[in-house]
Design a protein around this ligand. Structure first.
Ligand code: DAS
Length: 462
């Protein structure tokens, strides 16, 4: 973890211009060297020449950029040296990832180390940034995102909350991050950033030094989004491939450009050449409505385990009990029902989430026992009960009243005589969240309450 959290430092746009020109020039020179067959001590980019620039976009790239029959390389983008006038201020907080990845053989599809380039270097590779914002930067860490832990989530969230409360002049914040754990960090920030200023998390699937890096265009889209007044109040967002996705719904579906989506309901808008365009806004609690204040929270969040249920599954055992378990499941086997019920009896909070995150999952005791969310408060089973928030709330009442009937159905069949047993605390049902995100919401919610009924309310609100 970088020690420089205390003060962001301005990226000094003029030096960014110069650095970007130097980098682009270096790439062009290297390309020319490759074309002429020069072989240096270090590996050079693959040969074959630079592509001609279509005449239609050549004017944007400065004089002499147009390709010709001789396939002349493009010239660096010319950004006017004259002052650009007042622009929104955006702070870029860099954490590492492929967007900062560097290869031993630049310009190839070869291996790279994530988290190699600094924030300043990434910014310098996008000479268009100053057109949209006055950019400052801060290096939070420089690691692959698999090294990001919940302790870093807390530190990052605290840092962003502090900056946003102190820097009224900032329009928004961009966080650069590895894609492997991007959706988790973004969701944690979504739950814990208590501001309506835009916070945008961004990454890349191709390393910064690679062939066709997507980091620069993604960073530009993220900064444009963070600088946009239309982004205020939309919660923490992820910008990848010109898509603006709510952090609550963001999924990394595959490891290629275009691999991030918002599932059925997460796409909020697009970054178009004409502007940042929003079409939807999240209505679940977030931002200034968030009740999750990390100020008094230790750097260790309550332990929540993530487990799977599957055909023939027998449930789980732990050497030391976690505070809660989120189970990815479409329905318990009888043995799983018994196992999770036994955990609940020992005081472990059990939450069920549909594996794809696309459903409300209220799982009963196993093999035909009624799902917890399918029984209304009046004791009747509702066909729609398992898919509406109201019924899920009703189910809590029913569970409480019947002594925990998510396992009540199972209590009699799988766990012995219910009459001799104290009531089971109800199971928590997760509403449209992937299991890994449900685990994060549970970790955060447990900083407020350990009461399953209160936890259920939180799961229905966020
Ligand atoms: N190296 C991985 C990471 O840092 C991948 C990436 O960023 O795309 O998450």
């Amino acid at each position: 973890m970088n020690k420089s959290h205390a003060q962001p430092h301005a990226s000094r746009l003029n030096s960014a211009y110069s650095a970007s020109f130097a980098i682009i020039l270096a790439i062009i020179l290297a390309g020319c060297a490759a074309q002429t067959g020069a072989v240096g001590a270090k590996p050079t980019p693959i040969s074959g020449g630079l592509p001609a620039v279509p005449a239609a976009i050549a004017p944007q790239m400065g004089a002499g950029a147009a390709g010709s029959a001789t396939n002349r390389p493009p010239q660096p983008l010319q950004i006017p040296a004259a002052p650009l006038g007042p622009r929104p201020k955006v702070l870029i907080i860099a954490t590492g990832g492929t967007i900062a990845g560097a290869q031993d053989q630049p310009g190839t599809t070869g291996a790279y180390r994530a988290g190699s380039l600094t924030a300043e270097q990434i910014i310098a590779s996008v000479p268009e940034l100053p057109r949209y914002a006055e950019v400052e930067s801060e290096q939070f860490s420089n690691v692959a995102s698999t090294a990001i832990t919940p302790a870093q989530w807390i530190a990052l969230s605290r840092r962003i909350n502090k900056v946003l409360s102190e820097r009224k002049d900032l329009a928004g914040i961009v966080v650069t991050h590895g894609t492997d754990r991007l959706e988790e960090t973004a969701f944690f920030l979504y739950l814990t950033i208590r501001s309506d200023k835009p916070v945008v998390v961004v990454g890349a699937q191709h390393p910064a030094t690679g062939l066709s890096p997507d980091g620069p265009i993604n960073l530009l889209g993220a900064v444009r989004t963070a600088a946009s007044t239309a982004a205020v109040g939309k919660g923490v967002m992820v910008v990848m491939d010109d898509r603006i996705i709510s952090a609550r719904e963001t999924r990394k579906n595959y490891q290629r450009v275009g691999g991030f989506s918002g599932g059925d309901m997460g796409l909020l808008g697009v970054v178009a050449s004409s502007g940042v365009e929003f079409f939807f806004a999240p209505v679940r609690k977030h931002g200034s409505q968030s009740e999750f204040d990390l100020a008094g929270v230790d750097s260790v969040l309550p332990r929540v385990e993530l487990t799977f249920s599957y055909p023939g599954g027998t449930g789980v055992t732990f050497d030391t009990l976690p505070v809660a378990v989120v189970v990815a499941t479409t329905g318990f086997t009888r043995a799983e029902g018994t196992s999770y019920q036994s955990l609940r009896r020992k005081g472990v909070i059990v939450a069920t989430a549909f594996p794809s995150g696309d459903n409300v999952t209220a799982v009963g005791g196993g093999e035909g026992a009624p799902p917890a969310g399918a029984t209304s408060a009046t004791g009747t089973t509702s066909a729609t009960g398992a898919t509406s928030a109201t019924s899920a709330t009703g189910a809590m009442g029913a569970n409480g009243g019947r002594g925990g009937a998510g396992g009540a159905g199972a209590t009699g069949t799988a766990a012995g005589n219910a009459v001799d047993q104290p009531p089971l605390p109800p199971q928590v049902t997760v509403q449209h969240l992937t299991p890994q995100k449900a685990r994060i919401l549970m970790m955060v919610a447990l900083t407020k309450t350990h009461d399953p009924r209160e936890l259920q309310k939180i799961f229905l609100q966020y």
